[in-house]
Design a binder for this molecule. Structure first.
Ligand code: IP8
Length: 266
């Protein structure tokens, strides 16, 4: 079977929302990011994180623990409502920038049984072949055993790379890339490039953060990237608070970032 070649752009929750303030969008930054996507003429999927539209309520109602009591249902209803409005903001902004974007509700396309997430990807595949950009987000998934669980945007990517021929995954985060501890300074040093084997040995320096993230911030991301590298040619981590960097990466220009090469590129 011929797999569709595609790139994936993950808009981290911290670059499109203020994670410390419930339901607060970083509107100006979102708009600048969407502007960078204006004239991209290769197929790509946009996935966005939940930021303060998901993580705050998820933690309050212990959604990641699965169903424990009926009070949690108010939590999942609220998260779905909030995520729908965040996704709509992202989609509207993309459309304003001439991107033919259509939103897909992740929890309506996927269901979890045991550790396996089963997706119905035909609509995504068809939209890509027609030249439409699918937009998905982290979500609360229904599950066979636990009732429900949090499914992060990064986990969606891990699944999509098995189905599509993903050339490049670009993560927009609130830092310049991956940092490693250096002996001669207190601050970590930005790592510009890593190959597959170097990444396996890499110990990320977690930047301390006060914000609530039920899916595990940079450490969680590093674990997901590890899996992605089995399939993907290249993973790029950039600072999405400096949106022009996205434009440069899309044009293959040298930019402040961390580039990690996948197994197939070794
Ligand atoms: O922000 C989390 O997705 P992420 C999804 O990509 C929810 O980790 C609903 C908290």
């Amino acid at each position: 079977m011929n797999r569709i070649s595609v790139s994936i752009i993950k808009l981290g929750g911290s670059v499109i929302t203020d994670k410390t303030s419930y339901r607060k969008i970083r509107r100006e930054n979102l708009s600048k990011i969407c502007n960078q996507l204006k004239n991209v003429n290769k197929p790509y999927i946009v996935i966005h994180g939940a930021g303060s539209f998901g993580h705050i309520i998820a933690e309050k109602h212990s959604i990641q623990a699965g169903f424990e009591d009926k009070n949690q249902l108010d939590g999942i209803v609220k998260i779905r409502q909030d995520m729908a409005s965040l996704s709509q903001e992202v989609i509207d902004c993309l459309i304003e920038n001439n991107v033919k974007a259509i939103g897909f509700q992740t929890s309506a396309l996927a269901f979890m049984t045991g550790a396996e997430v089963e997706y119905f990807l035909n609509p995504i595949e068809k939209s890509l072949t027609l030249g439409v950009c699918p937009v998905l987000s982290g979500d609360v998934l229904f599950t066979e055993e636990g009732g429900f669980t949090i499914h992060s945007g990064d986990s969606i990517i891990t699944h999509l790379v098995k189905h599509f021929d993903v050339k490049q995954v670009i993560f927009l985060t609130d830092v310049d890339g991956l940092f490693e501890k250096s002996d001669d300074s207190e601050e970590g040093k930005l790592v510009r490039e890593l190959n597959y084997n170097e990444f396996k040995e890499f110990k990320v320096e977690e930047i301390q953060s006060e914000v609530i993230d039920v899916t595990g911030s940079m450490k969680g991301k590093v674990d997901e990237i590890s899996t992605l590298l089995e399939e993907v040619e290249q993973v790029v981590i950039i600072n999405g608070l400096i949106p022009e960097r996205l434009g440069s990466v899309l044009k293959n220009e040298n930019e402040v970032s961390t580039i990690i090469y996948g197994k197939k590129s070794t």
